[in-house]
Write a protein of this length. Structure first.
Lengths: 274, 330
């Protein structure tokens, strides 16, 4: 499985890019011990204008490269934690709805419908502004808006697996329902969910950057979106303040999408010829 | 009434009922959110005027029913919303409904144009790539699509502003119409169109990527089907087979996807409208967040949800008309 992912060009490039971003997040403290908020030079220095500041400085004279290194931490952590939360909720709802069917299914799926009807990003804005902007609340808001597709996918898979003979025979030998769901149904229905997880992390990173871009980011944390928001007023002249962190958002999302595609191809070998 | 019509009516009735249930859940959810906010309407009003005493506040609470138990308040809220009463925005001294409705046309224009552009260009690119699968042009399209797919809406928007408005000075930076100029109707349409190019492009780029990927995959699948071979064997020309036989079937997943993504598009509209200062509901929501005008934000959320449910019903209808297999299920 891992070998197949690595051997595909998409998987290789994706993993390489992602490892680079992870490396940046881990080494931020080593390369920039003064942190992302330190004022290092005059404001609005263009990239390369000053030695030691390859990405220039922002409107307050902070090192943009340092901000991008520290921003990688925020983006990755928010993306991962929000995805884990969304997966937990989505898998629980989806497997309950799919396994029990009937009333449980109807109630859970209408709630899922309701969540899918509300514009996700708008809902995240509302949640963050009501709960006050902090990393925890941003993670909660992203998880709240991104679990419905997971629930739908899990439900569809569980519906398929539920009817298989091995699940039926587990019922006949009297295995308890939670045990059937946890040991038989879920392990056999989660592989498409893994692919979605990669895309979820990417979407979560975009949402976090979008929120910070609008000024709803955690004011105590330097993220890529924060930097883009800082650079927006002066976009006519010093556009690099917005564009540089933006490129890193694009790169991370691209890496995750490539990885998702590669995992998908590895899981469904018969689709690869397409 | 034919059997087909009865089948269709039954199905639409069922969908309508489902939509009503979903709307009710959304309204109840919005009520719960409103009560998550510390303080109520009267607190906001008191904070604004600054000279209210406790007695007046209690009178106002009684007048607006804010002193009643939660369930009674929920009942009043739900019946109010169903009658079009979404609350009152003290910041703007207007009802939430009229504020939202004033702003809705710009957003609908933006979303509809973006969907149209995305479906048209995306499908075209996807079909073209599928026709030349694994040739250089397919690889190039796939790579461009991959990059579009990874670019957040606000980055596309900022990038387009930098290139077309700031550097090339070709298109306006923002707004919906050039202010202070007398124009004929035709000039006005042209002016709005010029203002809409960049917002529509920045909102649709991501979706162009999605539809291109989808159309390519679904076209490749359809082109392998027996009925395509049959059509060719009958002696039909390539363009006839592609448009009349393959595309019709390959479009089905695209239509489904539009329905699923209409909600996301409204979310993306917040960013686009903020960047291009368009007078739409997204911009309204953004402003009301910073004014802490919660009834207004939730009003935007509710109206958007209604619109999305409506659009999904319409898309279901289109789907049944587009899918030739509906006739089989008679």
């Amino acid at each position: 499985m891992l070998r197949r992912v690595l051997l595909s060009p998409a998987g290789f490039v994706g993993l390489l890019l992602l490892l680079m971003i992870v490396g940046m997040a881990l080494s931020a403290g080593y390369f920039f011990p003064k942190g992302p908020w330190a004022l290092v030079a005059r404001p609005y220095q263009w990239p390369g204008q000053r030695p030691g500041l390859p990405f220039g400085t922002d409107s307050l004279g902070r090192d943009i490269l340092a901000a991008i290194f520290y921003g990688a931490r925020v983006s990755l952590i928010v993306g991962l934690v929000a995805t884990v939360c969304a997966l937990a909720v989505g898998i629980t709802v989806g497997s309950l709805a799919g396994y029990f069917g009937r009333g449980v299914d109807a109630v859970l799926m209408r709630i899922t419908d309701a969540f899918q009807t509300i514009p996700g990003f708008l809902f995240a804005i509302v949640l963050v502004s009501i709960l006050s902007p902090s990393v925890t609340n941003i993670v909660i808001a992203i998880a709240v808006v991104s679990w419905p597709p997971v629930a739908r996918l899990t439900r569809a898979e569980v519906l398929r697996v539920r009817e298989t003979e091995y699940v039926q025979s587990c019922k006949i030998i009297g295995m308890s329902t939670p045990r059937i769901i946890l040991t038989q149904v879920l392990p056999n229905s989660l592989s498409p969910v893994i692919v979605v997880a990669a895309v979820l992390v990417a979407t979560a990173i975009i949402t976090e950057a979008g929120l910070s871009f609008l000024g709803l980011g955690d004011p105590n944390v330097m993220s890529w979106g924060t930097l883009i928001n800082v650079g927006r007023p002066s976009i006519r002249s010093t556009w690099f303040i917005c564009v540089l962190p933006g490129l890193f958002v694009v790169m991370t999302v691209l890496a995750l999408n490539l990885l998702g595609d590669a995992i998908n191809d590895a899981l469904n070998p018969h689709f690869r010829k397409r | 009434m034919t059997a087909l019509n009865r089948h269709l009516l039954h199905y639409l009735g069922w969908r309508l009922l489902q939509s009503l249930v979903v709307i009710t859940i959304v309204v109840i959810g919005s009520f719960m959110l409103l009560h998550l906010v510390p303080g109520d309407m009267v607190d906001v009003l008191g904070g604004q005027r600054g000279d209210m005493d406790a007695e007046l506040m209690a009178t106002l609470r009684a007048r607006y029913g804010l002193d009643q138990p939660m369930l009674v308040q929920l009942f009043h809220y739900v019946t109010g919303v169903l009658q079009g009463d979404l609350g009152y925005s003290f910041r703007n001294s207007n009802t939430v409904l009229s504020l939202v409705l004033q702003r809705l046309p710009a957003t609908i224009l933006l979303v509809v144009c973006s969907v149209a552009v995305a479906v048209f260009i995306g499908t075209l690119a996807g079909v073209f790539a599928a026709r030349h699968v694994h040739r250089p042009i397919d690889v190039i399209i796939s790579m461009v699509v991959l990059i579009f797919y990874a670019t957040p809406v606000f980055m596309t928007g900022l990038g387009l502003v930098i290139i077309f408005s700031v550097k090339l000075k070709l298109l306006p930076v923002g707004g919906l119409i050039t202010p202070g100029v007398d124009m004929t109707t035709l000039q006005l349409i042209g002016d709005v169109a010029r203002h809409m190019i960049l917002p529509v492009l920045s909102l649709s780029l991501f979706y162009i990527a999605i539809y291109a990927r989808l159309a390519r995959a679904s076209m490749l699948q359809v082109l392998n089907q027996d009925y395509i071979r049959t059509a060719y064997a009958k002696g039909l020309g390539t363009s006839h087979v592609i448009i009349g036989h393959a595309l019709r079937n390959a479009l089905l997943p695209v239509v489904t996807m539009v329905g699923l993504q209409i909600a996301e598009l409204f979310g993306g509209a917040v960013l686009t409208e903020t960047i291009f200062s368009l007078p739409g509901v997204g911009r309204l929501a953004y402003d009301s967040v910073f004014e802490r005008d919660y009834p207004l934000i939730l009003g935007v959320l509710l109206v958007c949800s209604f619109v999305i449910i409506l659009v999904n019903l319409i898309i279901d209808l289109i789907y049944t008309l587009l899918d030739p297999r509906v006739e089989v299920s008679r």
